[in-house]
Design a binder for this molecule. Structure first.
Ligand SMILES: CC(C)(COP(=O)(O)OP(=O)(O)OC[C@H]1O[C@@H](n2cnc3c(N)ncnc32)[C@H](O)[C@@H]1OP(=O)(O)O)[C@@H](O)C(=O)NCCC(=O)NCCS
Length: 207
């Protein structure tokens, strides 16, 4: 794809990240850097960007990445288009050799992760350095006055509206298959079908 076109699409995703409550604010330059490292995917409907996902390096020298900046254009959500599920599956297939986690407070994201075979585990199952790196939310969100989210975070694994971590299957094996954690009361159907339609995925490639 033409580089300028890819950059323009990432600008749209960056703007969306400023208004979506469950997304960390990202600049177009940050998304462009991930794209250039081969760490992101765009979903397109013709010329229109309708979805995005990225792997954000957490501790790259230990092969740890966080799946994030997952965004589907609002009018393409909650449809049988399965844009989000495509993004999850493609990313995990393409980067199967990496250790990947995803954290979220968004129930829709938890459902999609479940359908993409992610495994919900406790934060304490993660290596401490990985846990520390991913739990970087500000004090006004976590309530950890001293900034120590590992010791205290009011959102962590709170059943009604908390924050949960999910890991991919290879990552689960790598960690020695820690126990599954109980998720909030979501009972997603797993036999969803990804339809054939005009939406296509564009994986960024290393320059
Ligand atoms: C998260 C996001 C990518 C998911 O995409 P989506 O198109 O909404 O996902 P889908 O509709 O395919 O799947 C979501 C599923 O969760 C279900 N769901 C949504 N909210 C739910 C809730 N509160 N409780 C239980 N299930 C819920 C939906 O019904 C749907 O299941 P269905 O297909 O059986 O109806 C999209 O909503 C988005 O871009 N949100 C804004 C950015 C964001 O929050 N990103 C995630 C950051 S971690």
């Amino acid at each position: 794809m033409d580089m300028r076109r890819a950059y323009r699409m990432l600008q749209i995703v960056a703007s969306a990240s400023k208004t979506e409550a469950a997304l960390l604010d990202k600049t177009a330059a940050q998304l462009w850097s991930l794209w250039r490292q081969g760490l992101s995917i765009l979903a397109l409907d013709g010329d229109k960007v309708v979805g995005h996902a990225a792997l954000v390096p957490l501790i790259p020298e230990q092969n740890w990445y966080e799946f994030g900046v997952v965004w589907v254009r609002p009018e393409y959500r909650h449809k049988d288009l399965r844009v989000a599920l495509r993004l999850y599956k493609a990313m995990f297939e393409y980067h199967a050799e990496k250790y990947i986690l995803a954290t979220t407070t968004n129930l829709a994201a938890m459902v999609v992760g479940w359908r993409a075979d992610m495994i919900p585990v406790t934060f304490s199952s993660l290596p401490p350095e990985v846990w520390r790196e991913t739990c970087c939310c500000p004090a006004n969100k976590t309530g950890a006055a001293d900034g120590n989210n590992m010791a205290y975070c009011k959102l962590r694994e709170r059943l009604s509206d908390g924050c949960f971590v999910r890991i991919t299957q290879p990552t689960h094996q790598h960690l020695g298959t820690p126990s599954l954690i109980t998720l909030p009361a979501i009972q997603p159907t797993t036999d969803v079908v990804i339809p054939n339609n005009n939406i296509r995925l564009l994986l960024s490639t290393t320059p």
